[in-house]
Design a protein around this ligand. Structure first.
Ligand SMILES: [Zn+2]
Length: 146
């Protein structure tokens, strides 16, 4: 292929990719849901023990150690709002206890850039059923229009 047509093909590909990127939801590397937190993106992931893991990533989705962020999580099952205590680890935060039974329900993740910063709230419809299309858990589904 001539250089010119390669460049053209690359340019076309780039514009297609960037127009998709506007709408496409990016999934978290662990299989969880990415949250547009500051200063790094955070991933909300529920592990096999139903514990919440919150990990941080740079723009290229490489894991980064948490800086001064503070994360708090609360579950909102039918029985009432339950705060989930979070513990800081070397890679992020993990909950001390498992999420209560009875999903689907709402989980609210609050991320502060530092303890005195204004919190950013993320509301997640916590549902562990597998999505038939993307095969991820519904709470982390990356399909459009869900
Ligand atoms: Zn899906």
């Amino acid at each position: 292929m001539k250089t010119k047509s390669v460049l053209l093909a690359a340019a076309v590909l780039c514009s297609v990719v960037s127009s998709i990127a506007v709408e496409k939801i990016v999934g978290g590397p662990k299989g969880g849901r990415l949250l547009d937190a500051e200063p790094q993106q955070a991933e909300f992931f529920v592990n096999a023990d139903r514990k919440v893991e919150v990990s941080f990533y740079d723009a290229a989705l490489k894991p980064v150690a948490p800086a001064a962020q503070v994360v708090s999580v609360s579950a909102e099952p039918k029985g009432g709002r339950t705060p989930i205590e979070m513990e800081k680890t070397t890679t992020g935060f993990v909950s001390k206890s498992a999420l209560p039974a009875g999903e689907p329900y709402r989980v609210v993740v609050q991320v502060r850039e530092k303890p005195e910063a204004k919190p950013k709230n993320f509301r997640i419809d916590f549902n562990l059923e597998q999505c038939g299309e993307c095969k991820r858990a519904e709470y982390a589904c990356i399909c459009e229009g869900h």
